[in-house]
Ligand binder design. Structure first.
Ligand SMILES: NC(=O)c1ccc[n+]([C@@H]2O[C@H](COP(=O)([O-])OP(=O)(O)OC[C@H]3O[C@@H](n4cnc5c(N)ncnc54)[C@H](OP(=O)(O)O)[C@@H]3O)[C@@H](O)[C@H]2O)c1
Length: 252
């Protein structure tokens, strides 16, 4: 089966391409790096020829509100039109658990726009909502840093390893379209401020993490359970301590 992976050179995309190939599928990574640009349409029709499935795990180079909205709207429109023309039978997209609750954030308004374009298109689809990746801890800290101090709300979070996200997306991509959303999450819950404190400590990052219930997450106020999945989420197997050990070995 031919699957085209939009963003197939990124963190999740490259893992997904590897897993699909291991399992005997024809997985084609598509991104500006491989000559395919979903914003301009360059290379898209050629890449999609003969594809049964398109998986979109791309991300916007900028998280600024107007830029990220323009990225996901333009890219998703171009992609769905090219899929309809090529007769692609399944569009799979990766999004974030709680997206619909994070409307105060420019980034998440862009993900909401992406998802509604997918739902209203004629192409059968599946949306995978994943929780925050362990690999994203430093980016969360960077976005929450003001004057050298990280300010985060002590709310619940159930993060997961990027490898488990790729596994979950693979399972959905080789299955039938859900025409709905499935949630995936990690095996443990943490407090957001404590998770980031521990993650930074492990990286020998000296920034102080201050617990602040009013602190915003990419522009949005968080309630206790905003970032948690609902009942019935699929659970990845990798625990945070095991991932940290592995990540630290890889950087030695
Ligand atoms: N971070 C989290 O904790 C989290 C949690 C849940 C869901 N997600 C979602 O996961 C998805 C993937 O995230 P990631 O961290 O794996 O992304 P990433 O590593 O930043 O990779 C982004 C990919 O998008 C590609 N791309 C950028 N502009 C493009 C364009 N114009 N046309 C085609 N491809 C383009 C990049 O290609 P080049 O390499 O060629 O530039 C790259 O392959 C995102 O949609 C995000 O919302 C993230």
């Amino acid at each position: 089966m031919k699957l085209v992976i939009i963003g197939g050179t990124g963190l999740i995309g490259s893992k997904l391409v590897g897993k699909l190939r291991e399992h005997g599928h024809q997985a084609v990574p598509a991104s500006p790096d491989t000559g395919v640009n979903t914003l301009t349409g360059q290379g898209l029709a050629e890449a999609l020829a003969g594809a049964a499935v398109v998986v979109d795990v791309s991300n916007s180079p900028s998280f600024e509100a107007a830029a990220v909205l323009s990225f996901f709207e333009t890219s998703t429109r171009n992609l769905l039109a090219a899929e309809a023309a090529a007769g692609v039978g399944h569009h799979v997209a990766l999004s974030v658990v709680g997206t619909e609750r994070l409307t105060e954030s420019g980034y998440f308004r862009a993900k909401i726009a992406q998802e509604s374009l997918i739902r209203s298109s004629s192409v059968p689809y599946s949306i995978v909502h994943a929780t925050q990746f362990f690999e994203f801890i430093k980016s969360i800290a960077d976005a929450a840093t003001v004057g050298g101090t990280v300010r985060l709300a002590p709310v619940l979070i159930q993060p997961m390893a990027a490898d488990d996200v790729a596994k979950a997306v693979e399972r959905v991509a080789v299955g039938s379209p859900l025409n709905g959303t499935v949630e995936v999450a990690g095996p443990q819950q943490f407090r957001l401020d404590e998770l980031i404190r521990e993650g930074l400590r492990a990286r020998h990052d000296a920034r102080e993490v201050v617990s602040d219930p009013e602190a915003r997450y990419f522009g949005a106020k968080l309630a206790e359970r905003t970032l948690l999945p609902g009942d019935g989420a699929r659970i990845g197997e990798t625990r945070f301590e095991a991932w940290l050990d592995q990540a630290l070995v890889a950087t030695r």
